[in-house]
Design a binder for this molecule. Structure first.
Ligand SMILES: Cc1cc2nc3c(=O)[nH]c(=O)nc-3n(C[C@H](O)[C@H](O)[C@H](O)COP(=O)(O)OP(=O)(O)OC[C@H]3O[C@@H](n4cnc5c(N)ncnc54)[C@H](O)[C@@H]3O)c2cc1C
Length: 393
């Protein structure tokens, strides 16, 4: 068996690399999931980068042409993900939440008017999405959510609160789950709504939550009689749980994450090559171990890609990747930080920071990676029940 990309994908890879060489913003750090842009300038640079991608049809290359994609294959999409991940291409909530989550959900559950309205604004980079799922009392047990919406004529009226809304302060659009029938069993009384122009819709308040890296990434979002047109309902009323779960199936295969980890390991290898023999001796086996782990992560990601290319929906297999990559990332950045010594703790603002201060940022960003997108305990439950067939409980 030989595993490699074809000539078409390799040619595309060269194109993507050439594009990134010229167009990757120098400063547009978005710090990975859980971190957020360092500054408004970084965010604007990320927006501009997405605009350039859009001109080439590269925001959502694997989408059908009628929705602003290129009709590219999953294998070509993997090439994009790998190169973007390796080179740290920034995003704004357009590619992650837009292309990665709400877009494919609309392609499956949206009506034609909804597809026509929203998909082109994702591929143009205009819409920046955020996810309004979690609530103060509903995280892992998401179906217990309490944010209420009732129908009033041609509108839904929303009251309640969401939390941990990543990038909510930068976004202009939100997809959210709300309870439309409080009497029904908990999974059957939920609807999936889109909220347009969240900065200007009356009754919606966004309050910052600053994370442990001192970045404003999360938010609390409060709804007081927020009115949303009924046409923003995706799928049927009270059947939103199933729409919302489709969206979670589109969590990425983690290919970009693995490529980003590989980039860090290569940088740390170069540091170790130049280090004194004592340090090399102390660290070489650990480095080799992590590189082996990174290769395993790569092939686990390819497995997901291959399943998608064969028309299968990854399920517990995606949970395997999520656990593996998040925990490997924590090990890589923990080891890297220690290997660099005290200077390794210097943040990017400090000009003498080794590797541009990437390590402490990546270390901090890796901590919540075993919490978001469903905690690793929940992922282990999925593997135990759906993968191994063990009974629940
Ligand atoms: C960086 C980051 C970004 C996020 N971005 C968003 C976002 O944009 N939008 C959004 O809606 N949410 C977001 N979240 C929230 C995230 O989805 C929740 O934090 C996550 O689902 C866990 O919920 P919780 O925090 O309420 O923890 P809880 O559900 O209260 O869990 C607490 C602990 O109990 C464990 N536990 C709970 N139930 C079980 C079980 N059945 N079996 C075994 N262990 C269990 C959990 O694994 C965890 O260790 C984000 C979170 C983080 C960290």
């Amino acid at each position: 068996m030989e595993l490699r990309f074809g000539a078409k994908e390799e040619a595309l890879r060269e194109d993507v690399r050439a594009f990134l060489k010229t167009n990757l913003p120098k400063t547009a750090d978005t710090g990975g999931a859980g971190m957020g842009s360092r500054s408004d300038e970084d965010f604007q640079a990320a927006r501009e980068f997405n605009r350039k991608l859009s001109e080439k049809g590269w925001i959502a290359p694997a989408w059908p042409k009628e929705y602003g994609g290129l009709g590219a294959s999953i294998y070509e999409q993997i090439v994009f993900n790998e190169e973007f991940g390796y080179h740290g291409a920034p995003d704004t909530g357009t590619r992650g939440f837009g292309v990665g989550m709400i877009g494919p959900t609309l392609i499956i559950h949206g009506n034609e008017a909804q597809k026509k309205k929203y998909l082109p604004k994702i591929t143009s980079g205009e819409h920046i999405w955020c996810q309004g799922y979690s609530e103060p009392g509903s995280g892992s047990d998401l179906a217990s959510l309490q944010t209420r919406a009732y129908r009033d004529g041609d509108e839904y009226v929303i009251n309640g609160q969401k939390i941990w809304t990543s990038g909510g302060h930068r976004a202009n659009q939100m997809f959210t789950l709300v309870r439309t029938d409080p009497e029904a069993p908990k999974h059957r009384g939920i609807s999936f709504l889109l909220i347009d122009d969240i900065k200007n819709v009356p009754g919606l308040t966004i309050r910052p939550l600053v994370n442990m890296a001192n970045r404003h990434h999360f938010n609390e979002v409060f709804f007081e009689d927020v009115r949303v047109p009924a046409e923003n309902l995706i799928g049927e009323e009270n059947r939103g749980w199933y729409v919302g779960m489709t969206l979670l199936d589109f969590e990425r295969s983690g290919i970009g994450v693995t490529a980003g980890q590989r980039h860090t390991l290569e940088a740390l290898t170069a540091v170790l090559k130049a280090a004194d023999p004592e340090k090399r001796k102390k660290n070489r086996l650990k480095l080799a171990d992590l590189v082996v782990g990174n290769n395993v992560g790569k092939y686990l990601g390819y497995r997901i890609g291959h399943m998608q290319a064969s028309g299968r929906v990854p399920n517990y297999e995606a949970s395997v990747v999520k656990i593996y990559q998040s925990e490997l990332g924590q090990r890589i950045y923990n080891w890297g930080l220690n290997m660099l010594g005290l200077a390794g703790q210097l943040m990017p603002e400090e000009s003498r920071a080794p590797l541009g201060g990437d390590l402490p940022e990546s270390y901090l960003a890796a901590v919540p990676s075993s919490i978001y997108s469903g905690t690793n305990e929940i992922q282990r439950n999925i593997i135990a029940t759906r993968g191994l067939g063990l009974p629940r409980g």
